[in-house]
Ligand binder design. Structure first.
Ligand SMILES: [Fe+2]
Length: 307
C-alpha cells in the first residue's frame, strides 16, 4: 500500500496487514515535494478543493463518520493550506501540506492496528476499558491535527495545535461520543499532539504512535528535519538521501521499518531524528529500524544501521 495521494473519488479498503510504503515524492525546487509546492501556490479555494484524506476505515464506523466530517471541513483544510504556505512559501522548510497529513495518518493507523494485533496494550483499552476502535480514532485525530499550529507559527507550533484542536474537537465528535467518553477522547488526542514535540513524553501508546508516525514521513522532499533552500548542510544532504520507508511485519521485533538510502549521509536523518522520536515513545521494543544504502560503493562504508 502506498500513501501518496490518489484520485479523490476512490476510497481504498486495503487489508490491514499489508506493508505500507512511503516513497519519496516528485521533487520541486530546493528539495521540497512538488505536491506541497504546487498546493502552496494555488489559490485558497483550489488548494482546499484538492484535499481529500483517504484512510482504510474498515469496520470502524466511528472512524468512518469522523473521516466524513473531516473531509467536509473546509476550515480545517484551510488550516492545512496556511500551514503549507508558512512552511513552503514563507520559510522554505519541510513539507507540512495535507499530503504529509495523509501519510502520517495512514502510518499511524497501520501502526495502531499492527501493534494491537501483536498484543500491545492501547491506552484507550487498558486505561479506560474503551474499544480498540476508539484508540484508532484518537490516533487518527492526533495525526490530522498534530501540526495545524503551523498555520499560526512554526515556533511552538505543537502548542498552538493544542488550542486549535481543543476548539474544534468537541463539535467534530458531537453525536459520535456521549460524555464522559467524548472528553476522554479529546484529552487523549491533545496528549498525542503535545507529545510529538522534541521533548514530548508520551504517556499512552497512542501518543507514542503519533510521535513515531510523524517522524517516519522522512522520504526526501518531506523530511522532518528543516533545511534552508540552497544551503548545503548535513540536514539537506541527509534529507535528500532517503528514498523509501517501508513498514511491514518484523522478525526480531513485531514491526519492521526499512529505510532505503541512496548515500551514507542518510544515517544522520535516521540517527539524528528517528532515534530521538522513537526513544521514550513506548514503541522501542515493538519496532525494529533497519536502514540500508542502495549504492554498491557506499555499502562497504555503512552496510546497515539498526535502531
Ligand atoms: Fe508533522
Amino acid at each position: 500500500m502506498s500513501v501518496e495521494p490518489s484520485a479523490p473519488d476512490r476510497e481504498p479498503e486495503e487489508p490491514v496487514d499489508q506493508p505500507v510504503e512511503i516513497a519519496a515524492p516528485a521533487q520541486g525546487t530546493g528539495g521540497i515535494s512538488l505536491e506541497a509546492e504546487r498546493g502552496a501556490h494555488l489559490g485558497p479555494r483550489d488548494a482546499v478543493a484538492a484535499m481529500h484524506i483517504r484512510i482504510p476505515a474498515r469496520g470502524n464506523r466511528t472512524l468512518r463518520d469522523v473521516m466524513e466530517r473531516i473531509n467536509r471541513d473546509v476550515s480545517l483544510k484551510a488550516w492545512w493550506h496556511v500551514a503549507n504556505v508558512n512552511a513552503v512559501r514563507r520559510m522554505r522548510i519541510n513539507d507540512h501540506s495535507w499530503v504529509h497529513i495523509q501519510v502520517v495518518t495512514n502510518v499511524g493507523l497501520k501502526l495502531t492496528r499492527d501493534l494491537a494485533r501483536k498484543g500491545a496494550e492501547l491506552g484507550m483499552v487498558r486505561d479506560y476499558g474503551m474499544r480498540r476502535e476508539d484508540a484508532e480514532v484518537v490516533v487518527v485525530l492526533g495525526c490530522l491535527f498534530h501540526c495545524v499550529g503551523m498555520a499560526v507559527h512554526r515556533r511552538g507550533h505543537e502548542d498552538w495545535s493544542l488550542f486549535m484542536a481543543a476548539d474544534r474537537l468537541p463539535g467534530l465528535l458531537e453525536g459520535l461520543y456521549a460524555e464522559p467518553e467524548r472528553t476522554i477522547v479529546i484529552a487523549e488526542v491533545l496528549q498525542t499532539i503535545t507529545a510529538h514535540r522534541a521533548d514530548g513524553e508520551p504517556l499512552s501508546l497512542e501518543a507514542g504512535i503519533v510521535r513515531v508516525a510523524d517522524a517516519l514521513d522522512m522520504a526526501k522532499g518531506r523530511s522532518r528535519i528543516p533545511f534552508s533552500e540552497g544551503r548545503v548542510s548535513i540536514h539537506s544532504l541527509s534529507a535528500a538521501a532517503i528514498e523509501r520507508v517501508t513498514i511491514t511485519d518484523g522478525v526480531e521485533r513485531p514491526i519492521l521499518v526499512e529505510i532505503e538510502m541512496n548515500n551514507s549521509s542518510g544515517v544522520y536523518q535516521v540517527d539524528g531524528l528517528l532515534r530521538k522520536k522513537l526513544s521514550g515513545s513506548g514503541l522501542e521494543n515493538w519496532i525494529e529500524v533497519v536502514a540500508r544504502i542502495e549504492g554498491e560503493s557506499e555499502k562497504l562504508l555503512v552496510p546497515v544501521v539498526r535502531l
